[in-house]
Ligand binder design. Structure first.
Ligand code: ZN
Length: 229
């Protein structure tokens, strides 16, 4: 079984376990925090999202910070929205799925300020460097990788290889050029392990990642997801 920890598209092969944005996680993406959006309309939307929480929602997000994209709110306001998600994640014991682009130091500062040690975090499509990654390990942080493995001169294979193996995941995200099968195959090459070993590692990581859930049993849920797909 292949695990796709973060995707915006339903899986093509039914034997895979795929965590879909909007179906298994809820949040406000930083790209939605556009300059033409008023704070109170975003606040209202967040309130509506909170009402949609149900036992199939396993994570909070995708939310986060983005300094690279033009036309978004200033980082101080993005941080405020991220704090709402952190509180929601903490109170519902669901991990946070984070999008973070050129804002790793802002995120580290926030985690430090909040002394955030009571909730798990997934830095999806991790694109920071290794030094930053090591600082994130002081918190309960996981990292997921996928399409960026295939980019020319990509640093992510090296980062993926160096991180503790119990803190990594694989994902397809919002693209369709690389399937989760292709991403697993690439990851096997990078780590120099066979597919079975990698599959076992990811399944183990998944259970740890969702181990704080108390109103849903992650293992039941995974079994259900498997039979339903
Ligand atoms: Zn995404």
């Amino acid at each position: 079984m292949l695990i796709d920890i973060h995707s915006h598209h339903p899986p093509e092969a039914s034997s895979n376990l795929c965590f879909l944005e909007g179906l298994h996680s809820l949040g406000i993406h930083p790209w939605e925090l556009r300059e033409d959006q008023a704070m109170d309309s975003v606040e209202k939307r967040f309130g509506e999202l909170k009402k949609r929480l149900n036992p199939e929602i396993l994570a909070i997000g995708e939310c986060g910070l983005d300094r690279a994209r033009a036309g978004l709110w200033p980082i101080s306001e993005q941080l405020a929205v991220l704090e709402w998600h952190m509180q929601w994640s903490h109170s519902t014991k669901r991990p946070l799925i984070l999008h973070c682009v050129r804002a790793h130091s802002d995120l580290l500062m926030l985690l430090k300020k909040k002394n955030y040690h009571e909730g798990k975090i997934l830095l999806h499509d991790y694109n920071g460097n290794l030094t930053e990654a090591m600082k994130f390990l002081d918190y309960d942080t996981y990292f997921s990788f996928g399409p960026s493995f295939f980019r020319k001169n990509s640093k992510t294979p090296q980062v993926f290889k160096t991180l503790p193996r119990e803190r990594v995941f694989l994902e397809t995200d919002d693209q369709k050029d690389y399937s989760i099968e292709a991403i697993y195959a690439k990851a096997c090459k990078i780590l120099k392990v066979d597919q079975k070993t990698l599959e076992e590692l990811m399944e183990k990581n998944l259970l740890t990642f969702f181990s704080d859930l108390n109103d849903v049993s992650a293992s039941d849920l995974i079994a259900n997801l498997r039979t339903r797909s």
